[in-house]
Structure formats: C-alpha cells, structure tokens
Design a binder for this molecule. Sequence first.
Ligand SMILES: [Mg+2]
Length: 220
Amino acid sequence: MIEKVYIFDLDDTLFEEHSYVRSGFFAVASEISKQHPVSEEKIYDLLVETWLKLGRGRVFNIVCAKLKIDLDIQKLVYLYRNHKPQIKLYEDAETVITQLSRNYKLGLITDGNSQMQWSKIKALNLEERFDCIVVTGDLGRDFWKPHELPYKKVVESLNMSYDQCVYIGDNPNKDFITASKLGMGTVRIIRDVGDHMKLTLSKEYEADRNIYSLLELIDK
Ligand SMILES: [Mg+2]
C-alpha cells in the first residue's frame, strides 16, 4: 500500500485529552471563585477529585452541591467548552507532523462538540499544518465516527483514494472499523494515559498495527 495521506484523530492521539479537562476545570474554578468566597484552588481540587472518582458526567452539579453554591450548570458547561485551552501537542506528535507534512498530506478527523474541538485545534495551531480538518460536531451527532461521512469528506477533499490513506487513532470503539471497511490502513497509538488504552476489542474493531509512539510512523 502506498501511504500518501496520514489522517489523525485528535484527543489522546495528538495531545493528552485529560490536560484539556484540567484546563477547563481551571477556567470554571476561576469563574466560580469570582462570584463566591471559595478559593479557586479549592474548587479546582474538588472538580478534579470528583472527576477522577465519579467520571465527568455530573462533576459541576456535584461540586456546586457540595460547596452549597447555586449556579446555572449550563453556564458552567458553556464556560468549560468555550474556555481558551492551555494544552500542547505530545512531543512525538509535534515531530511527526513536521516530518510527515514534508512529503505527505495530513488530515484530521475529530469527534466532539464543535466549539470545543475547534478551540483545541486553534490552541494547538493545527489549522495551518493540516490539509483537511473535519470536526464531526459540525456535521451532526449522527455523523460522528464510526460513520463513514467524515472519512469520505477528508479523502474526497484531498482528492485521494481510500487505499492511499492511513488513519491513526487511540479508540478501538470507533476509530478503525469504518476506516478498515473503506480500505484505509489503520494504526492504533497506545499511550500511558487515556481512557481507552487498556481496551481490547474483537478483530474488526482493532487496527492493522499498534504503536507506542507516533515516531514509529516515521521509523522505517
Ligand atoms: Mg481519540
């Protein structure tokens, strides 16, 4: 297979998604502390502790209840999604993007709330480094991975065929099954940190190849 397009997932592939969560919690803690006599450190610590213990679903509700603070949770969610993230690319991602972009086209497909994903892309300065970016939040909830539309959009907009593309992601639940069916190569990055690192699924959900550093993409 001739690989001419490298299409990446974003969260936990190119940067540590948990660093975005912490960055968002910090923005929210800072805002709450402006309105209530509780220190931003205390609120931040509670947000992180609650998230690690109970997951991220109802973190703001739980922490506000604990601190007896009456705030509109939707506003906190809005603040979280619209904050300016303090995040950076993984070192191997930085190197690989620079090197691959010299010889190949680069694509990005990422699921999630549109506003939130674009703010990550902007904070990481990826717009100028990628040839095509698809945020599935822009397409509608039905078209998130593993729907084939985002893959199709990138491949068509770059005027390539599926067998010229390889998709690199971290989540076997949704990253590889459709890419494989369409005839793309697939690579799973397994890092120390991330929600899916310990997950193994049946063969059709897994990638052609597992790697432990993105540098393995250029070590040939
Ligand atoms: Mg991911």
